[in-house]
Ligand binder design. Structure first.
Ligand code: EPZ
Length: 417
């Protein structure tokens, strides 16, 4: 069982470069299968989820070449085959093949996607959207068989601004006849990243990044090219690290508009930082004030930074409160934070109280999910003694080259197979 071992309390100084966004990249790869012949995606992060997606694309007979962060996909010989369960359950984002293959072939067969155990995470909004465009959906146990003689564009209203459903419906709508309008669409930067890829391959998309997105369907789609945006969640995680134990720690590759809610909250709790272009410089905050945080859809405070900022709030002088509005089970990291010496109380399924400041002590912990794992490596880096994080591969799903990046700024950290 692989683990990450950290000897904590090393002051971190130097520069961390942010990689391409996991939550953009995992949508862009399936989107590439829309192209007739080829497409190229630059700045792809080196994370396990990308490896899984490439396996699915090769199963579909795509030719995928990876060259130093640039991925070229040749989909000229793409075969629409059922996606085997052992591949599609590895990760939730495999569901983007539904929208892409439905647009291209009018049929897709795959199993229910996997994902972090942070909540039920149904895909009812995706399915309802496909049905609105004219698709027939059959679910046999956990296998989805979705077919459509013809997808017809229309106005769709989302019950909830789901990131995944917004992207999946943009992909499906690109192969529909006429224009599709998505109302109450998600506005996360990942949506804009995927829209720019679709536009570059010949699909007219208007309004990405707002609540209303229009997509003109077309069959003539090819030669897509796109740069993956910097990862706003990786970036936010390392900024929080700088506030915990940085000394002029530089985070390169920030887009401040993508992390506005975090920056506002950090200022509120007394953390100082400097931004020059795409570089943010930050040092340890000696006087962290408590805060109340409510996670929201973009541009509100991102749910994916809720667990990392919990670790910061264990160092605040007073009582902080977190309300998690996106997921029903995203406080599992607090069990091990408390074993390290934090005082947190899960008040309800979506309310957490954090009392600080608390000195943390290293021990054996288990990463329950990707961002829960992030909160634990942050805790290990400030704790006295040694922290061993079991099941750490979940962390490698979303933080590329994390050991190399942290070692380079002075952390005493290693990955043991
Ligand atoms: C994406 O998940 C991200 N994952 C998540 O990041 C992120 O937390 C989430 O967006 C919100 O920003 C990827 O992009 C691969 P949603 P997604 O659809 O698309 C409910 C990480 O740590 N819902 O906006 O699944 C759902 O259960 C991961 O990087 C339905 O009820 O998010 C959840 O409670 C974790 N029905 C809420 O909406 C649906 O059909 C948000 O889901 C779809 C979603």
């Amino acid at each position: 069982m692989s683990k990450i071992i950290i000897n904590g309390q090393k002051e971190l100084t130097g520069e961390i470069e942010i990689s391409g966004a996991k939550n953009s990249a995992v949508a862009l790869l399936p989107a590439a299968t829309l192209c007739k012949t080829k497409s190229t995606i630059y700045n792809v992060p080196e994370i396990r989820d990308i490896d899984y997606l490439i396996k699915i694309m090769e199963h579909l007979n795509c030719k995928v070449t990876v060259d130093n962060g640039a991925i070229t996909i040749d989909s000229s010989k793409l075969k629409n085959k059922p996606i085997p369960e052992d591949l599609s359950v590895q990760m939730r984002a495999s569901y983007y093949f539904m929208g892409a293959l439905l647009a291209k072939f009018g049929k897709v067969e795959m199993s229910f996607p996997g994902g972090c155990n942070i909540g039920a995470r149904p895909i009812d909004i995706h399915i309802k959207g496909f049905q609105e465009l004219g698709a027939h959906v059959e679910i046999i146990k956990n296998r989805y068989i979705i077919t459509a003689k013809k997808l017809k564009g229309k106005k769709i209203y989302f019950d909830f601004p789901s990131v995944g459903a917004t992207i999946n419906l943009m992909l499906a709508a690109s192969g529909a006849e006429g224009t599709t309008i998505i109302e109450n669409a998600a506005m996360e930067p990942e949506i804009v990243n995927v829209a720019s890829f679709l536009i570059n391959m010949g699909v007219n998309v208007r309004g990405a990044g707002t609540k209303t997105i229009e997509i003109d369907g077309t069959k003539n789609v090819d030669n897509g090219v796109v740069d993956v945006f910097p990862d706003r969640i990786e970036c936010g995680t390392y900024i929080i690290l700088g506030a915990l134990i940085g000394k002029n720690l530089r985070i390169r590759g920030i887009i401040k508009e993508h992390i506005g809610a975090l920056l506002m909250k950090l200022t509120e709790i007394g953390v100082n930082y400097e931004i020059n272009g795409d570089v943010l410089t930050i040092s340890k905050c000696e006087d962290i004030k408590p805060a109340n945080i409510k996670t929201q859809v973009f541009p509100g405070f991102p749910t994916d930074l809720q667990q990392p900022i919990t670790t910061l709030l264990t160092q605040a002088k007073g009582v902080s409160n977190i309300e998690e509005t996106l997921y029903e089970n995203r406080f599992k990291n607090t069990y091990d934070l408390n074993r390290m010496g934090a005082i947190t109380n899960v008040l309800t399924l979506n309310k957490l109280e954090i009392k600080g400041p608390r000195k943390l002590k290293g021990t054996h912990v288990i990463a329950t999910d990707l961002r829960g794992g992030a909160s634990l490596f942050l805790a290990g880096l400030i704790a006295s003694g040694t922290t061993e994080i079991e099941q750490c591969d979940v962390i490698l799903r979303g933080y590329s080259n994390i050991v190399e990046k942290l070692r380079a700024v002075g952390a005493d950290i290693e990955y043991v197979e």
